[in-house]
Each structure stands twice: as C-alpha cells, then as structure tokens.
Design a protein around this ligand. Sequence first.
Ligand SMILES: Nc1ncnc2c1ncn2[C@@H]1O[C@H](COP(=O)(O)OP(=O)(O)OP(=O)(O)O)[C@@H](O)[C@H]1O
Length: 272
Amino acid sequence: MLDQAEGFVTADGRKIGGVVMEMKNITLRFGGVVAIKDISFDIREGEIRAIIGPNGAGKSSMLNVISGFYTPSEGEVWFRGKKRPPMRPYEVARQGIARTFQNIALFDGMSVLDNVMTGRLTQMKAGLFSQALWKGRAEKEEIANREMVERVIDFLEIQHIRKTPVSRLPYGLKKRVELARALAAQPKLLLLDEPMAGMNVEEKEDMCRFILDVNDEFGTTIALIEHDMGVVMDLSDRVVVMDYGKKIGDGPPDEVRSNPDVIDAYLGVAHD
Ligand SMILES: Nc1ncnc2c1ncn2[C@@H]1O[C@H](COP(=O)(O)OP(=O)(O)OP(=O)(O)O)[C@@H](O)[C@H]1O
C-alpha cells in the first residue's frame, strides 16, 4: 500500500494516485425533495470510480453536481486542491471535466468527425479577434485540435464512419462517438452517465473495453453511473453506493458487494 495521501495500489496491481476531486458533505434539495443528503467521497487520479444505487437514489443528481449543472444546497466541491466556487457547466468543462449523457446528446445532422471536433471547443484559446490578428497562432491551434481528434477517432476505432452523419448510426456507435467527443477535450476527469444503457451484450463488451483502454492509455480519471452490476464490478476500482440520497457504501467492488446494507438496498433488488 502507498501512503493514502499519494494513492494506493488496487488488488489487481493498478496504481491509483492522489485525490483529484473531493465532494464534502454535499446536500442537494429540489424544493421539499432532498436528492442528496450529506454525502462525502473522493475521486483519485487514474481511477475508475462508479456511483451506483437503485432508481431515484440520487446518482444523476450527484453527477450533475460534479459537472456543475447543479450547485449543491450545502457542502463543498474541491477540484485539484482548490475549492470550486459555483460555476456554469461550460466553466467546469474548461477546468477539464468532460461528460457524456444518459440520452445521447450529439448533433444528429453533423458528421462523426464534426461532432468529435466540437469536443475541442472548450480547449480553444484563440477567439475570433485573435484569429484575425494572429493567424499563425490560430493555425497552430487548429492543427493541434485536428491531431487530437484524429488520435481519438483512431483509438476508438471509428475511422470508417468519420464522414457519416450521426443520425445514421446504430445506438452503440452513437454512444462511442459521444465518448470520442468527451475524450477529444482531453479531460482531467471524464464523467460517464450510464455508458452502457440500452446496449446489447456485444455493444456492452466493446464499450467496457474502450473505457478500460481510455483509462489505461490516456490515463484518464473516470467517474461513471451504471445500472449493470456486472459491468460496474468488472470496471471499477472503487464504488460509491447511494440509496434514497444517502451514501450507504464506499470501497472496492468486493467490499461493496458484501456490504449488507448494499445487498439489502440494491443487489437483492431486481433492477432494470
Ligand atoms: N430537477 C429535479 N426536480 C425535482 N426533483 C428532482 C429533480 N431531479 C431529481 N429529482 C429527484 O431527486 C431524487 C434523485 O433523483 P436522481 O435522478 O438523481 O436519481 P438516480 O439515482 O439518478 O435515478 P435513476 O437511476 O432513475 O436515473 C428523485 O427523488 C428525483 O425525483
């Protein structure tokens, strides 16, 4: 085991680094509904962190707090050693947090390539004015953007559909294009909202492999919500379990699997 401040080594020998994101005593209310009740957990550099729980447990709300879509009613969000003030989602994206959505959010009429290019928008520094003044700098940036996009397209094996409009793609490939767009932003933290939802077994296997490869090859820290327990247990280094807005478990998959509260609340319950 390494020092906890520096990180730790998982049972299968993966090295996990220091804390990248810390959620401290987060509470989120919607009027009278308390979606998240005083939850704390952290996300460490290089890990795959899952958030699971039955329907309505508060998982999406939590992901939306991390991505800046919701500002918590109470508690603090710390990212890379700094307390994060309330921010708009685009500002959070600029800090290096990218996400995919439960219901695919791509530009249907645009090609795969153009969709993935939009992932670079948060990275672009040269505005219209500086593009006019410093053509060279804008050109350099454009080349770097293209290079990153090509690398991601190659990596996720979607070269053959690069010119295809997204509307013509089957569901599993659309999900992969969404992953590509998020990855094109070179995020420090990648949030995946039910990346396997609605997929058949083969598509799930592919997506699983790509998530592991992204984590491994790009070193990307990943936090995901997923309903498929098999997937969660196979993929994740650590799992947070939520139920009725509370945290009822937090630890490596094996530990969480044998936690009686988790078995009661989630694993023993049939889930679609
Ligand atoms: N915008 C909102 N306004 C009011 N209540 C909300 C809102 N979003 C979520 N909630 C409520 O907060 C609670 C947690 O919902 P959330 O969608 O975060 O759960 P979840 O674990 O992601 O569920 P699922 O697995 O069904 O997606 C639920 O009771 C839900 O009805």
